[in-house]
Design a protein. Structure first.
Length: 347
C-alpha cells in the first residue's frame, strides 16, 4: 500500500474515532437536519474532507492548517491564530503589550491566559483562552423581528449567501441540497478566501449554487441582491453590514417568513474575531492526550463545520416555525455546546 493510501486510511480511522467520542453530539444535530430537510448528512465528509484534500497532518499544539498555536500561559492555555498577514504584522505590538521580547511562547508563559487573549484581540488578532466560552451563551439565539408566514421547508427558498470560508457556506450547501436556490455573493475586491485552498473543497461547498460578484461599497447593488431573497446568510459584524447598506431588521420586516442567519465568532453583540481553530479552543473542543502533556487541537478548524451544521439546523427550524427570525450563531458557543453537551438540547 502506498504512503498516501496509508495516510488516507489513518485519517478515516481518526474521523471514526472522533465521531464515536468527543464529536458524538453532532450525530443528533445531523439527525435533526435530516428530519427537517430530508437531506442525509455525512458528518465524516463535512468535518474532515478539507484536511484530507489538503493533506494536513494530524494537529497537535499547532493546528492542522499551521496558523494557530496552543501556548501554555501562566495559569492555563491560550490559542493565538496568526491566520492573516495583518496578524503577523501585529506580532511585535502583541509582544510589547505582553511585556516580552523575542519568542511569543516565552511572553505568553509569563501572563495569564485571559490577559493574553484580551491583548491579542485588542490588536485584532484571533485568540482565546481554553474553555473561556463554556456556559457563556447558547450556540444559537433566535429573535423574531419580522412577520411570520406559513411553515416552510427549504425547498424553493431563495437563499443569498454573503458568507465566506467554511461555516456559512456549509449552511448554504445543506440548504441547497434540500432544494433551496442559493446565490453566492462575493466582493469584487475581496473574494472568498476559501478559493486559495483546495479547489475540490470549494466545489464541494458551492456546487449547484449561482454566483455573482458585487461592489460592496455600492449599497444599492447589495440591497438589490437580497430584494427577492427569503433567507440571508452572512458572517460580518452588524455595524459593517449596516454601513454597506444591509440591515437585518429592515430585511425581516419586508416580507413575512424571511430569515436572517448571522454567523460570527462570539455572537453579534461581541466584536471579537475568531477562526475555526481558536473558536474551538474557546469552546473547550480540544483533545487531551493520555501522556498528560496538555491539550492539542481536535481536527481541522472544527468550530467552522460544527457551526455550519448548527446554522443549517437553526435555519431549517426557523422556516418550519414560520420565519421572521434573526438567527444569531456563535462559533465558540457551538464548539462549547459540543464539548460539554449531550447534543439533545434544541438550539
Amino acid at each position: 500500500m502506498e504512503n498516501t493510501d496509508l495516510h488516507a486510511k489513518a485519517d478515516t480511522e481518526t474521523g471514526v474515532r472522533l465521531l464515536a467520542g468527543p464529536l458524538r453530539p453532532l450525530h443528533t444535530v445531523a439527525r435533526d437536519i435530516t428530519a427537517l430537510t430530508g437531506v442525509p448528512v455525512d458528518l465524516d465528509t463535512e468535518l474532515f474532507l478539507r484536511a484530507r484534500l489538503a493533506g494536513f497532518a494530524t494537529a497537535g499544539w499547532i493546528s492542522a492548517g499551521g496558523s494557530c498555536r496552543l501556548l501554555r500561559a501562566a495559569d492555563g492555555w491560550v490559542a493565538v491564530n496568526l491566520a492573516r498577514p495583518a496578524d503577523h504584522a501585529a506580532l511585535p505590538a502583541l509582544l510589547n503589550l505582553l511585556g516580552g521580547a523575542g519568542e511569543l511562547t516565552d511572553a505568553v508563559a509569563a501572563r495569564p491566559a485571559a490577559e493574553v487573549a484580551r491583548q491579542a484581540q485588542l490588536l485584532g488578532v484571533p485568540a482565546a483562552s481554553l474553555g473561556s466560552e463554556r456556559g457563556r451563551r447558547p450556540p444559537v439565539l433566535r429573535e423574531r423581528l419580522g412577520p411570520a408566514s406559513e411553515p416552510r421547508t427549504p425547498g424553493g427558498v431563495r437563499v443569498v449567501d454573503f458568507s465566506a470560508l467554511w461555516a456559512g457556506p456549509l449552511c448554504a450547501r445543506l440548504l441547497g441540497l434540500a432544494g433551496a436556490d442559493v446565490l453566492k455573493v462575493e466582493s469584487t475586491t475581496r473574494p472568498d478566501g476559501a478559493r486559495r485552498g483546495s479547489p475540490a473543497f470549494y466545489r464541494h461547498l458551492h456546487e449547484g449554487h449561482r454566483g455573482v460578484t458585487l461592489d460592496f461599497t455600492d449599497p444599492a447593488a447589495l440591497r438589490s441582491a437580497i430584494a427577492d431573497a427569503d433567507l440571508v446568510i452572512e458572517a460580518s459584524r452588524p455595524r459593517a453590514l449596516r454601513r454597506a447598506g444591509l440591515d437585518a431588521h429592515e430585511f425581516l420586516a419586508g416580507r413575512p417568513g424571511r430569515v436572517w442567519v448571522s454567523v460570527t465568532g462570539y455572537g453579534r453583540a461581541d466584536g471579537r474575531i475568531a477562526f475555526g481553530d481558536d473558536a474551538a479552543v474557546a469552546g473547550g473542543l480540544v483533545a487531551w492526550p493520555p501522556e498528560g502533556t496538555g491539550p492539542v487541537f481536535l481536527g481541522d478548524a472544527l468550530a467552522d463545520p460544527v457551526t455550519g451544521l448548527y446554522a443549517a439546523r437553526a435555519a431549517a427550524r426557523s422556516l418550519r416555525d414560520g420565519g421572521g427570525h434573526l438567527v444569531d450563531v456563535a462559533m465558540a458557543a457551538c464548539a462549547a455546546d459540543v464539548a460539554g453537551a449531550d447534543g439533545d438540547r434544541p438550539c
